[in-house]
Ligand binder design. Structure first.
Ligand code: FAD
Length: 249
């Protein structure tokens, strides 16, 4: 889909364009970087609720005129100061977004839009929260854990791709159990879920990660007692071997 066409659609749907400017950059590991941006107009339009995300337009790494749209989570925000933090996985092969995040310097700018973002909401009738994620979803998981009521039981199954993934900080929560595992392939996450949480009945399920990994999670979540649209959120954040998102010329 061309960006010209898609840009028109986003605008017609009310997705305003906001210029954001990089102010600081900090590597947590070789594969994960935190970027802080100045965003003077964004919060007139966007509410930074937990796991809310933006559509960002990245330049062509080859220097061409194309721009590439990718989704990134608002990791933290200070709407009054017009500041936000986003955190990027630096993966191989790189795509336009991860290449930009690796090479960017203070003063660099991006265009951000918001459309289709579904923020996390703790489901009062569920007895616990089961989070399934990989590194790309850690910014969302951390935002969710910051907002989660202290008395809510929560399990985080965290898929790892690099030996240094544990260097990425996780939000503390008094009732959080974290189980880390290495990704062997698309079936790993569902296998870990079956082993670690054999009974999903009554749980709220929030999952984000590689598209293929989530197929088994969808299946497991759809069969649980008490499952509903309101307490189930499963979203592909990336696709193994394929670029995500759209482009515009
Ligand atoms: C709602 C939403 C929120 C998201 N929030 C974040 C976020 O906060 N932080 C973040 O880092 N990502 C986040 N993502 C994921 C990010 O948009 C994708 O990883 C995207 O594909 C990266 O774009 P790219 O241009 O770097 O790579 P692409 O051009 O899309 O892909 C190039 C290659 O890299 C591979 N690839 C892409 N992503 C990954 C990955 N994470 N790990 C390993 N290989 C990968 C692809 O399979 C492909 O082979 C989010 C996605 C969505 C939909």
């Amino acid at each position: 889909m061309s960006r010209g066409w898609q840009g028109l659609v986003l605008r017609a749907l009310g997705a305003k364009e906001h210029l954001i400017t990089l102010v600081s950059k900090r590597f947590f590991t070789d594969h994960y970087v935190r970027l802080e941006f100045e965003a003077p107009t964004l919060f007139s339009d966007v509410e930074p609720r937990p796991a809310a995300w933006l559509r960002l337009w990245f330049p062509d790494p080859a220097g061409g005129r194309r721009q590439y749209q990718r989704g990134y989570t608002i990791a933290e925000a200070d709407p009054e100061a017009g500041r936000l933090i986003m955190e990027f996985v630096l993966h191989e092969p790189a795509g336009p977004a991860s290449a930009w995040a690796l090479g960017t310097e203070a003063g660099d700018q991006l265009i951000a839009q918001s459309l289709g973002s579904v923020p996390f909401q703790a489901h009062a009738e569920s007895d616990r929260l089961v989070l399934l994620a990989d590194l790309a979803a850690v910014p969302a998981v951390n935002a969710v854990l910051r907002e989660l009521p202290a008395e809510r039981d929560v399990v985080l199954l965290l898929e790892q791709a690099h030996a240094d993934d544990a260097g990425v900080p996780l939000t503390e929560h008094p009732r959080l159990r974290v189980h880390r595992f290495d990704r062997e392939g698309p079936a790993t996450m569902a296998r870990q879920l079956a082993e670690q949480v054999p009974d999903l009945d009554g749980a709220q399920v929030w999952a984000a990660g590689e598209s293929g990994s989530l197929k088994g999670i969808r299946k497991a979540a759809s069969g649980r007692a008490g499952g509903s649209k309101a307490n189930t959120h499963i979203q592909a954040y990336w696709i193994a071997g394929r670029a995500m998102g759209t482009a515009r010329d």
